[in-house]
Ligand binder design. Sequence first.
Ligand SMILES: Nc1nc2c(ncn2[C@@H]2O[C@H](COP(=O)(O)OP(=O)(O)O)[C@@H](O)[C@H]2O)c(=O)[nH]1
Ligand SMILES: [Mg+2]
Length: 236
Amino acid sequence: MNSRVLVCIPTYCESENIARLIEEIFSLQIPGLEILIADDASPDNTATIAENMRDRYPSLTVLKRKPPYGRGAAGRELFVYAQKNNFDAVIEMDADFSHDPKAILQLLKALENSDLVIGSRFVQGGSDAERPKGRQILTRWANFYARFLLRISVQDTNSGYRAWSQKALEALEPQTLRAQGPAIVHEALFRAARKKIKIQEIPIRFVDRKLGFSKLNLGKLAYGYFWILRLAVLGK
Ligand SMILES: Nc1nc2c(ncn2[C@@H]2O[C@H](COP(=O)(O)OP(=O)(O)O)[C@@H](O)[C@H]2O)c(=O)[nH]1
Ligand SMILES: [Mg+2]
């Protein structure tokens, strides 16, 4: 088992999810586990709710981010923090329970013999059956597009539920990540794939969020497609 584990969670308006998520992760009782939240001044007080739990959970850190805001910038800050503080394993996950916290155990187990482990909907045993058909199709199409353009043989290129070893994080050079928005997921995967580190996918059951709202919109989606094309053309 890895000795120091950092669970990284970007948040924007997750007040209905964040407290239970923190509780569920710490209840896994993983030795040496810390949680880092990167919040973008959520008007629903997500950061304050999390900060108020620090008395109970000293291994919880809340980054109240400054502009520029966005999923990409928050993701970069999380990775940079993780690398600077020399964690042995770093988990990325969403705050909305689409990613079952219990799967952290499987991700860490698989990380014992690889450098990057992806929680995948599209390998045997994985699923994405619960979300509205439209969202499922959107994900499938984006996945096809990214796999084709970026020439990555990973089944679920859109998954933001992943575990990185310290070696993989170093290869990632997180301070130079540039994508804004959710495309940071692809940018990080593209870099990892080119560095030839050992990547493994394990099945996850991805479910729709029950509380709060999705921050994905047409603008972010279009930017994501553009960014993937840019990565494919420029190679970085
Ligand atoms: N810090 C930060 N987190 C964000 C931002 N946008 C989304 N997130 C978080 O990123 C994760 C995925 O976002 P979500 O809205 O569920 O996207 P979807 O799963 O594609 O519908 C969640 O934990 C969000 O709270 C943002 O602008 N800043
Ligand atoms: Mg979500």
